[in-house]
Design a protein. Sequence first.
Length: 476
Amino acid sequence: MQLLRPIAVKEKRLLKWLLFISLCGVIQSCSTLYHDKHKIEEPTAQKGFNVKKYVLKNGLTVLISPNPKLPIVSYYTLFDVGGRDEGPGTTGATHFLEHMMFKGAKKYGPGQFDTQLEKSGGVTNAFTTNDMTVYYQNIPVSFLETMVDMEADRMQNLLLENNSFESERKVIFEERKMRYENSPDGLLFLALMKKIFAGTPYGQSVIGDEADLKALTRDQMMTFFKNYYVPNNAILAIAGDVDPDKVIELVKKHYENIPFSKSLSALKKESSGLEIFKSKVEFGKEYKIYATNPIPKFVMGFQGEKIGIKKAYVMDILAMILSNGGSSYLIQKYVKSDKALLNDISLSNFNLMQSGVFYFSGEIKDGNSLDEVKKTIENDFTDMCDNSINKRSLQKAKNQILAQAYHQLKSNSGIASTIVRNEKWYGDYNFGLKELDIYKAITESEVQNICRETLVAGKSIFISTWDKYPKTVESK
């Protein structure tokens, strides 16, 4: 299963993907295409996306986007539940449940979900984040009715068999080891999340803390499933060679009799609100963490913004200008110069539903010290803001966002992913068109001001990993 999150990586070829994830609300929702048998028409803010929206009597939101180019369909199911909805003692429950959703339900028993899909030539996967859980399939259109039946079956009749539960627990532990213990980049990102979002639901591991994963019971997970895997907490997006009027009747047939939850609103209040997401981060602190990397790695984290805030869009542009591509300020100064300090550096803007983090990540070049690198970067903040942001670099960043938006929407999967996430984030699958206008309107002075406000005047935390550190976390 995929667990989507940006992480610091060595290879610059992955930088665009990481930045894409942290900008996913924008890049995945800026535009789409209308199709008929003869032409392709770009959408406008007035026309919106080629989508029909329905809300069933049990609260299930359904988005259907016809695209008759090929006889294939992308099928996305988003549940509005993520790591932020877990309490003490149940961290990792959302991600664990994501795994169990493939282990059998009442009608389609153990192994049947994957077997049926493979026979059809389709593919399936899922991912869990702090804010959501998403299941998706790419299938031939001839398999659509079976797909609807299978997804409706596991939404209401998940088995959670004991043997499967225990075997999957072992799989989760191996995944945790791969992503954290054996991955300095993953460990560094986890440490950043825990420190920058200290005392909030975002400060928890999405995979789960080891003690919680060991103690989590089948009954706890079944309660979690019944609480959150309900139609009024889900959004379904179908994009491809379909007739919306026919598909909605198919969806109603299989989904509409699934009961909605009367207690969902009360549960949601427990994991929302400004006070719950008010971090206890201690800016100005440095942390050293033992990891297996023989070359020191670091992150420098600043307070970010939640999804949809104007400042968040400006910070997207700022991250693009400073670090995207070999000609960017950070790469030229710290990686490609004659006096290079780093093997790699990136800058990411990671926005969540209730908060965010803006952070540098990098790897030290042999012969340089962490202290030297940290001081040099901090001393360069003013120069970054004054000399890297201009009309040319601003327009280049806007062009990159637009290009990525159109690239994302070349496929049914991209369209389904776009509309389902925008509907979840903003309650409006068309919001991407409005976001594009926001980007177009951002000025050079706005980016410079946010740069100075965030980097020059702002405070940060500094976290590093290295195999020379003792196997305990140190701070100063």
